[in-house]
Structure formats: structure tokens, C-alpha cells
Design a protein around this ligand. Sequence first.
Ligand code: AMP
Ligand code: MG
Length: 391
Amino acid sequence: MIQVEEALSIIEQNSYKLPVRKLKVSKSLDYVLAEAVYAPIDMPPFRQSAMDGYAFIYGDAKKFEVVNKSKAGSYSNVKIKENQAIRIFTGAYIPDGLDTVVMQEHVAVLNGKIEIKQFPNKFANVRDKGEQIKKDELVLDKNTVINTAAIGFLTCLGITEILVYSKPNVAILVTGNELIKPGKKLPKGKIYESNSVMLEVALQKIGITKVKVFSVKDSLIATKKILKECLLKFDVVLVSGGISVGDYDFVKEALLSNGVEELFYKVNQKPGKPLFFGKKKEALVFGLPGNPASTLSSFYIYVLPALRKRMGFESIHLQKIQREIETDFINNSGKTLFLKALYNDQNVRVLESQSSAMLNTFAVANGLICLPFNKVQYNKGEKVDVIPFNV
Ligand code: AMP
Ligand code: MG
């Protein structure tokens, strides 16, 4: 049995980045950039008006004759004199030499002439060429996680393809004779299978959508067979249940007989002690204890960092915050505890039910308090580590 920190470090050492690939920018949400991207053009590509109004040459004149028009999308590089102006609209080309735009709300218009009532500063309402970014400047650095705005930014520069790290294909294998799919009437002795849905949505939330769910009865032969297929076809295999020491827990044996190298089995923690981590070639395997709260906290603490590493994330470590515990607490279990908790800006409260079989308080928690195995007494108001979960 190993400690939590050691388990996390083994995961980090053994999770490799997936290969890089070219991808359409429009499909790149949540991928990690595998190259720095530089601007192929200036943005804006020309001097633009930031307002609907009138462009003119800044000087002493207050009244102008309106001699031309520039609409968004049109190009006309007219020349005008000091007491002339052109009608202009947001995003439209500003002819060379004109340096200032007055918004239309600040002028009086009469017979093709304008009088400026509220004079703008010189250069007002002009978006300079390359004001946002100049050609060859850095757009996004390597290892940036692509978000919605990044997709817009790349696209406005005319970039249609980028190099990213691949996202893993994930297999979820649920084990257990007692499990049936929700939607059917519950026969005696059975329970609804819920871990696969929970894992699937947690994966979706971090942008992993290539997920396939398999299920298998508590049979060594059947588990071996299905794991063989999963290990061949998927980058990460998440097995739910069957990893403990019961007579019908066959997952560990089935993994080892398939040539999976055991990297650790059992972590000194609660919940989720019988956690298994291994690899076969490039594929990573987690044997997650089947109790739903164990499955989910193991996902947050161990599976997420492994997935992040595979996806090319720079920082894969758990983000911990510190909060003051609301009541005294004793941890005399000798294990590291991950407690379902509710935190606010200052405090954190340990929620009522901490059973690994129950999700009732997990469903309203917003973080896990992490209490190390080697400290017993916590006094009210003492700072403790909290792992927020936003997945
Ligand atoms: P196991 O890890 O297979 O010993 O399962 C531990 C507990 O978790 C048992 O009470 C199982 O019925 C329950 N369990 C296992 N897998 C699931 C699942 N996919 N959905 C809901 N409960 C499960
Ligand atoms: Mg089982």
C-alpha cells in the first residue's frame, strides 16, 4: 500500500502525452496547442472606424462639408481637404490622411454639412492597423488550452488549422452482476448502474468525447476478453468495480493476465483504498473501486491528472485551496481522508454522510477536504486543504 502523494507521482511519471495532430480550428475546443501560433496578418488589417460617424482631418475646423461615404466592407481611398469629412460606419476603411472620427451622436447635420457639437480628441474612434496584433507577433503560445475566445481569435486572423495534442479515447468498463441499466423496473437484488454515466459526463466536461461504455458480468473469462479489446483500442481504460478482494472481484487478475504492468494497487486513503493503476504499452488503466463515491473521488484525484497529462496540459497537479474548517475534526484512521465538503470564501464544512457507497452529500458538495494520514487533530478555524471540483 502506498501513500497518496506517491500514487500521484507514479501517475505523473507514467502518463505520456498523446501524439500531436493537425486539427481544424473550429473543432479544437479544449485541445492543448502543440505549437506557438504567429499572426499571418495585421489585425485589424487596415485602419478602421470604431464608430458610426464622420471621419475628418483634425485641426481648427468645426464645420465640414460631407463629401464621401465609407461603408464596412468597401474600399475607397479618397483624398479630402481640412474642412471636409466623410460619412463613415463602424468597421469601415478610413482613407489615408484622415485621422479622427466623431460619433454621429455628437454632430448636427444640415444640408450635406456637419457641425461638431462635442469635439473628440485627435485620433479618437480610430482602430489602428495591427492595433490588436501585428503580423508575425505571437497569437497563442504552445500549451495554451483552446477556449471559445481563442477559436474566435485564431479565426479572425484567417487561421483554419492548428497543431494540437490528441485527446484520449477512453473506455469505461463497468463490472458487476447486480447492475442494470436505468429505465427498467428494478428486480430484487439488483441496483441501477450509475458509475458509467457519472464518468462519461465528467470526461465530457473536460472535453473528452470519444468514450465507449462496456459492461461485463463478474466472470474472469468474460472480463479478460473484454479488457483485451479495450487495451488494444483505447488510450485510457477506466474499470469500475471488481478491483477489491471479494471472491467475485476479477479485475486485477484479468488485467495482469492481459499483460498490464501494475504500477500501484491500494492507496492508504478513504475512500478508494483498492485503487489500481497500470499500463500496457501506451494504454493506461485505472481500476476504480465500484462504490460510487469512491469512483468519483478517485476520478477527481487520480484520473483527471493522468488525462490532463495525456492531453498535453502543462500543469496537471490538483489545485488545492486553503479554508478554515468549521468544526473540530479527528482523523485517527491513519489514512488520508478525502471528505465531501462545502466551502465558501473563508470556511469549509465537512458534510454529514461520508460513506463511499453514497452520493447524497457528494451531489451538493463543491470540494473535497484532503486530510493527510499523519495528522490526527484539527481545531475549529484551522486551515485545511480543499480540492475544488469544477468538473
Ligand atoms: P465493487 O467495487 O465491485 O466491490 O462494488 C462496490 C459497491 O459499489 C457495490 O455495492 C456495488 O454494487 C457498487 N457498484 C459497483 N459498480 C457500480 C456501478 N457501476 N454503479 C453503481 N454502483 C456500483
Ligand atoms: Mg462488484
